[in-house]
Design a binder for this molecule. Structure first.
Ligand SMILES: Cc1ncc(C[n+]2csc(CCOP(=O)(O)OP(=O)(O)O)c2C)c(N)n1
Ligand SMILES: [Mg+2]
Length: 523
């Protein structure tokens, strides 16, 4: 016999969960007792949105499921924005939270944390929101959630445990994790994709977040084809950006549109080709398109391919590699080199304002490091293309949903998931305030985390857009804050860096420190 709360914790542990982010409340005390009993490490964010962003950062940096635990009602809704972000970027995050009692009146009776229809709200946000109906069901529901998150297109889940079931006793037989092997593509589809690409003289490869587990296979196919590779921001680093065939990351550049038009065949791997990746509008391809995607729905979305290969990216690319032979195409690097030069020139121009800062970050973070970025200009105009990532899972960015406040908590999650690697948060003065309380969490965990705040005294991008429309800016200018002092108030170090010459030394101090450091960079 066990209790619902203990059954949840035991089931999480049985699925390899070692670390959760959570905030306790009256309704989830038995779950907290279970976490302790199961030996699961608990980290305290200071807001549930920060907890779920941290779980997302952990998932992106490690490839494992990130888990967040909250109490019911407002706590779940606080986490909802982060789960919506995880949904749009296909990140496996599990939220476990109590809900109203099993036999709660459908129209409500004013219970603490009662929400009109929380399941409906969350069902509109995550891949599935499931409410268990008995203690016995709990191990099964956890196994089902993990099965769903570790097969096909990974996406967040919400598991609701009626609050009376958390304390109820029952039998909860363990359910072993379901092993779901990667989806093997149809050989005929792979033949067709190989034929389409082998005919090409000017092939192009686009790789998105769905390719991050297929770095070696992607590189092999690119080399065999002699094809330039452009990664989306979520796919950044999947082909080492120092490789001669790598263009770098982000599709929203004029040179990518030119490259697409010039190509006589295009291979798209694990990429939505979403409007949020294509700021300059849809790409017009000069030749037929083959798409590889684990999601048969995504494969026909935005761009209808001539050849659709539904399957795991690594396996499909390996199959394509076998079909393309063993001799690298001649001339690919020379052709790619011209596009590469144009890509980097454009990126350098857009990032010019932050060039010294970004070069210093690139060097300080190093080959194995991670940059967690916010929806700030320094990130999407700057870091996304100007940093030269060597590996996937090294640039974490809230692409599709585009929320603010992501960088700091995601960096905390990444750092706890990869304690041996350098992790840095990069944000604007506007976005960082959305989740600034997480400095307290980072300080409590004693993370040597630099939090770089690029300060233009307001919502700079929106201010620019208002001006471009000829409007007088409204709601976008803020009096300056002393972010270094703010950092110190949160038990972090704090430094204001006014000269570019000081940035490198400040970053080294931050990575060697016994706590996080807020690096305030006024523009
Ligand atoms: C949750 C949320 N609210 C509002 C926005 C709209 N928005 C996009 S960028 C931006 C400005 C962010 O300011 P800051 O972080 O300082 O970056 P900057 O634009 O100055 O580089 C705003 C308000 C958003 N993306 N997400
Ligand atoms: Mg700003």
């Amino acid at each position: 016999m066990t209790t619902g709360g203990r059954a949840v914790a035991a089931a999480l542990a049985a699925h390899g969960v070692e670390l959760v982010w959570g905030i306790p409340g009256t309704h989830n005390l038995e779950l907290y007792a279970g976490l302790r009993a199961a030996g699961i490490r608990h980290v305290s964010p200071r807001h549930e949105q920060g907890g779920a962003f941290a779980a997302d950062g952990y998932a992106r940096a490690t490839g494992r499921v990130g888990v967040c635990i909250t109490t019911s009602g407002p706590a779940v809704l606080n986490a909802a924005t982060a789960l919506a972000q995880a949904y749009s970027d296909s990140i496996p995050v599990l939220l476990v939270a109590p809900g109203m009692p099993l036999h709660h009146p459908g129209l409500g009776n004013g219970e603490l944390h009662e929400t009109k229809d929380l399941g409906a709200a969350m069902g509109g946000i995550v891949a599935a929101s499931h409410r268990v109906a008995s203690v016995e069901e709990i191990p099964l529901a956890v196994a089902q959630a993990f099965a769903r998150m570790s097969s096909g297109r990974p996406r967040p889940m919400h598991l609701e445990i009626p609050l009376d079931l958390l304390v109820a006793e029952g039998e909860a037989d363990a359910v072993a994790p379901v092993f779901s092997p990667p989806l093997v593509a149809d050989p005929a589809a792979l033949d067709a994709a190989a034929a389409l690409l082998a005919r090409a003289e000017r092939p192009l490869v686009l790789a998105g977040g769905g390719a991050v587990g297929a770095a070696a296979e992607l590189r092999r196919v690119a080399e065999l084809l002699g094809a330039p590779v452009v990664c989306s921001i979520n796919g950044k680093g999947t082909l080492d950006e120092h490789h001669p065939l790598s263009m770098g990351a982000s599709y929203g550049r004029a040179v990518v549109a030119e490259l697409a038009a010039d190509a006589d065949a295009v291979l798209v791997v694990g990429s939505e080709l979403a409007p949020s990746d294509l700021w300059l509008g849809p790409l017009a391809f000069g030749g037929p398109v083959a798409r590889i995607d684990v999601d048969p729905v995504a494969i026909v979305t935005n761009v209808l391919p001539e050849v659709a290969v539904v399957g795991d990216a690594a396996l499909a690319l390996a199959g394509l590699g076998v079909r393309l032979g063993s001799v690298a195409a001649a001339g690919g690097e020379a052709r790619a080199g011209r596009w590469r030069a144009a890509f980097h020139a454009g990126a350098a121009q857009d990032a010019e304002r932050w060039s010294e800062l970004l070069a210093a970050i690139d060097d300080a973070v190093g080959e194995h490091g991670v940059v967690a970025a916010d929806s700030a200009m320094v990130c999407y105009f700057g870091a996304a293309a100007a940093l030269r990532s060597r590996r996937p899972r090294s640039f974490l960015y809230p692409t599709g949903f585009g929320t603010l406040g992501y960088a700091l908590p995601a960096a905390i999650g990444a750092q706890l998931g990869r304690p041996g690697d350098r992790v840095l948060a990069l944000a604007g003065d506007g976005g960082v305030l959305f989740s600034i309380a997480e400095l307290a969490a980072a300080a409590q965990e004693r993370l040597a985390l630099p939090v770089v705040v690029v300060d233009n005294s307001g919502y700079g991008e929106i201010r620019n857009e208002m001006r471009e429309r000829g409007d007088t800016p409204l709601g976008v200018d803020f009096p300056g804050l002393d972010f270094a002092a703010l950092g110190r108030a949160f038990n972090c170090h704090g430094e204001t860096v006014t000269s570019p010459d000081d940035i490198r030394a400040a970053l080294e101090r931050a990575f060697a420190a016994d706590r996080p450091t807020v690096l305030h960079v006024p523009e």
